[in-house]
Design a protein around this ligand. Sequence first.
Ligand code: HEM
Length: 404
Amino acid sequence: MFEPQSTAFAKNPYSFYANLRKLDEPYFYDSADAYLLSRYSDVEGAARNPILVRSLEAFMDPGYVNAQQRARGWHDMPNHERFVQFSLLERDGATHFRLRVIVLRALSRRLVEQQRGMIQTYVDQLLDQLLQHREFDFVADLASHVPGHIIGHLLGVPIEDCPQLRIWSENIVQFFDVGRTPAHKLLAENATTEFYLYLSDLIADRKKNPQEDLISSLVAAQNAGEMSEPELISTCMLILAAGHGSTIDVLGSGMHALISHQEQMSMLRQEPEHIQMAVQEMFRFESPLPFFHRYASEALVLNGQHYPKGTKFGLLYGSANRDPDQFPDADTFDITRNPNRHVAFGRGAHLCLGNHLSRLDMEVIFLGILRRTRHIELSGPEPTYKKSLSVRGPESLRVTLTPK
Ligand code: HEM
């Protein structure tokens, strides 16, 4: 019924999601030990429901939490447990709010917008090289380079180290998919340890020589007693892990959508003022992070159904964004869709803190590439998408460009 690791799901998860939305009750998915919420109204409501929280720690006894942690294979990885599994994304209540406000300050729309020139320069340099080849892999040769570079730059990482950030981030994040093995755990733990040691050196440097970067502003927050050093390290790791692969994936699926809808690509080339709506539609159409969990911190009733305290729910943002009850012609890619209240960035207390940055990356890249080309098409077969429930994006996307 629901096989997110299958080839069929990778090809078209939306028919699976449509079946889930038709069920009278949320489907219980064994592998994630969770009830899957698939309709827009249920997913959006759950993300905003204060009873539904990210972590068990605050309301279940430690013995139960420990048993759950072992059952999920979230144990025996000291650094990953310390810095990744208990980041601000996995906190609730006052601790979460305290850490969230610090990041919100550092990633505000205004501060992010100030990075436009830097992103533009970097993207133009990449395009200068790629346009000479005309045929390349949009994912590997362009998309994969941008988010790591930009987040690295924001954090204050030296440019030559940015490619390494991508490897650490991928190895840390792969741990969260279903089908976890001891090899996945080892990879995640080793990457976390290396990244932790690297960040510790960088933080020590910024304590002596503060700069205009995110690490320095987090160090200032630590000096002001607003966060501890492990929280600082964990927050840097989260910013990289949350924003890196997801942006690469949506760049790839967004380009794929434009190539498959040439009339929309032409419209965007001629009327670039549609770019913000087009980017929002890319997030809705192929949400790069389609699945997040919540726990019931109290017994609750959803749609007349009773659930005990501790119940786990899967919020299928990717399904909610294709729900025809919310989006007319939900399976149609329409860059002029308005309103477009998609939930690709979540909702409520954990609403994505990097949404301005990832949308800016997308705007700059798509405007840049469309401005410099007359036509873009696939140069190989239709791309295959990753086999995964928690991420969505093409493995690769070979394209041919006709420059202006
Ligand atoms: C393609 C881009 C992105 C997508 C689709 C995305 C999506 C999401 C979603 C759905 C959540 C909420 C998780 C939940 O409901 O439990 C989230 C949280 C978060 N995102 Fe993003 N994200 C993206 C890029 C970024 C970037 C670039 C950054 C940082 C620079 C970032 C930082 C964060 C952080 C820190 C949180 C945790 C917020 C909290 O728990 O209060 N994200 N993201």
